[in-house]
Every structure is written in structure tokens, then in C-alpha cells.
Ligand binder design. Structure first.
Ligand code: SAM
Length: 294
């Protein structure tokens, strides 16, 4: 069965009396070329464990299952579970979990899948996360995976183009912000493909883009305190129109002179704004601030 055609989606809707939920971001992908690009970018091997977020009717799941050792797909909508049993019936290596991804312990899913494979004398050598995410959970789910240190090699995901632009942005650009620095601290970010709204059923109100976030084995900067780094980044961008000399002391609740001293010690002119700092400069500043706090 070709799952990605608008006809299939209509047949499934009729057969299961299923209605697409706007609030769950159910815009289903109907372009085989884009599906292939996502799957190729995810670099799924025969020993891979794939975790898919939001399988819908299974267009990406089926392609991943044909390549991977195991696929675990986490879908919140219970009405899609019987549908997925039919559309993925030919794959014995797929497990569908009916849960909210934001309340799912992915570390546990990975441990369980690895233990099950081991019991069968197999080894799952790498973990690839992929998904066509509902827009409202894109940032929370990416940050949850990264902050929780989920042991995966990469996250290949479709998201609202505007969020993708922010994630991959750099110093001096309007789109550059705390999200860009945070994701780039954890990952090497690359663009996979831009996706027009016309390839979804129903079409969403915005265009999309697929990014590959390759999780770094080693962080790009060395930090005295990760907490201080993220506070500095968030604080700096929180008042992005102000110079760091004027904003930092307030957001970090410290004396202005101490903030200016830390900026100078990090080699950063206090007259600069956060949006001009690259990740190395944020790290140098956060390290000076951490030192001054003792
Ligand atoms: N992967 C399918 C595709 O590409 O056609 C469906 C993508 S659709 C944009 C998003 C999917 O995520 C829907 O199936 C929706 O029910 C599911 N979803 C929404 N919120 C979720 C959550 N919090 N946890 C898990 N799945 C969720």
C-alpha cells in the first residue's frame, strides 16, 4: 500500500471514521521525494534503532522499518493505533507506543529495545531519532532530548521553517538567538530540505524545513558551569536591544561593575549586543562570570 498518497489518507479516514486533529498538528506528508530525503539524511543502518516521534499513519515509519533493526514509534493519538497496526502489518520490527512524547522516557525506550535485541543475540549499534513534528512541540522536544542526554547519534526532523531558520542561524542575523546557541552547543546542525506547505494533507499555514541535528560527542566549548553558560545566553538575548554592559548585570542579578569586568576579562566590548557574540565568546563570558561568582 502506498501510504503517502492523499487517496490512501482519504480511504483510511473513511474506513476508520478517523478525523484529522488540528490541535495535534496532524498534517500528513504526501511527497515520496521528501520522505526519501528525510530517511536518507537519517542514515539508518541494519543495526540501527530508530525512534520516531508522531508516526501519523506511518509514512516515515514504514520506510525506516525497511532499513532498521528496530523502530519504536511514539504516537499520542489513540485513534491512530489501530490504523498503524494495519499500515505497518508487514513489519515485525516496529513497536508503536501510545504516549505523549513529552511524557515519554526515551532513555528507558532505548534501554528496553537494546535489552530485547540482546536477548535475541543481536546488537543495536546506533540510535537515530526522526519525526515530522507538530509545530507546538518542536522546541520543547528537541531541548528535552538534548538536555536529558539521550544516547542518540542524530535527530532528523521536520519543523516549521521559521524555527529551522532560528536553530541554524549565526551571529549578526535577526534569527540568531538563545535557541541557535543552545542547539549548536549540543549538535552539528545541517539543512536537509525545505518543504512547501502544499505537500501535506491538509496543508498547514506555514512552510516547513527538515534539519539534521548530529549530536556532538564532544562539546565545542569548554565550560566551568553549563548552568552559567545557559543563563548568560538566555539573559543576553532576553534584552537583545540593550548592550551587554547595560543588560547583563540586571538579568544575572549582579553589580554592574562586576558584569563589565567579566566582559572585559573575556575580551568582549561591553558596548556589544548578545546577537553579535559567537558561541566561543558566550563561553568565555560565562566562564569569567562563573569565576567571579566563585
Ligand atoms: N509522521 C507523519 C507524517 O509525516 O505524515 C505524521 C506527522 S504529523 C505533522 C504529527 C504527528 O504527531 C501526528 O500523528 C500527531 O498525532 C502526533 N503527535 C502530536 N503531538 C504528539 C505528542 N505530544 N507526542 C506524540 N505524538 C504526537
Amino acid at each position: 500500500m502506498k501510504l503517502y498518497t492523499p487517496q490512501t489518507i482519504n480511504e483510511i479516514k473513511k474506513k476508520y471514521d478517523f478525523s484529522l486533529s488540528k490541535s495535534l498538528g496532524q498534517n500528513f506528508l504526501t511527497d515520496k521525494g521528501i520522505i526519501d530525503e528525510i530517511i536518507e539524511a537519517a542514515e539508518i543502518g541494519e543495526d540501527s534503532l530508530v525512534i520516531e516521534i508522531g508516526p501519523g499513519i506511518g509514512v516515515l515509519t514504514a520506510e525506516a522499518a525497511a532499513l532498521a533493526a528496530k523502530v519504536v514509534a511514539v504516537e499520542i493519538d489513540k485513534n491512530l493505533i489501530p490504523i498503524l497496526s494495519e499500515t505497518l502489518a508487514e513489519f515485525s520490527n516496529v513497536k508503536v507506543v501510545n504516549k505523549d512524547i513529552l511524557k515519554t522516557d526515551l532513555g528507558e525506550i532505548i534501554r528496553e529495545a537494546k535489552a530485547e535485541a540482546e536477548a535475541d543475540g543481536k546488537e543495536l549499534k546506533d540510535v537515530k531519532i526522526l519525526g515530522n513534528l507538530p509545530y507546538y512541540i518542536t522546541t520543547p522536544i528537541i531541548m528535552k532530548i538534548l538536555e536529558d542526554g539521550i544516547p542518540a547519534e542524530s535527530i532528523t526532523i521536520m519543523m516549521q521553517k521559521e524555527v529551522a531558520d532560528r536553530i541554524k542561524s549565526g551571529p549578526g542575523k535577526k534569527t540568531y538567538g538563545a535557541l541557535s546557541v543552545a542547539v549548536q552547543y549540543y549538535c552539528e546542525v545541517s539543512s536537509v530540505v525545505n518543504v512547501p506547505r502544499s505537500v501535506f494533507v491538509p496543508p498547514p499555514n506555514v512552510d516547513s524545513a527538515v534539519l539534521k541535528l548530529k549530536i556532538r560527542e564532544e562539546k565545542p566549548v569548554s565550560l566551568i558551569s553549563e548552568k552559567m553558560f545557559f543563563e548568560t545566553v538566555k539573559g543576553g538575548f532576553g534584552q537583545r536591544r540593550k548592550t551587554l554592559g547595560n543588560s547583563l548585570a540586571g538579568v544575572l542579578r549582579m553589580e554592574k561593575q562586576d558584569a563589565v569586568d567579566a566582559l572585559n576579562a573575556a575580551g568582549i566590548d561591553p558596548g556589544r549586543r548578545a546577537e553579535t557574540l559567537d558561541i566561543n565568546e558566550f563561553a568565555a563570558l560565562a566562564n569569567e562570570l562563573a569565576k567571579s561568582r566563585g
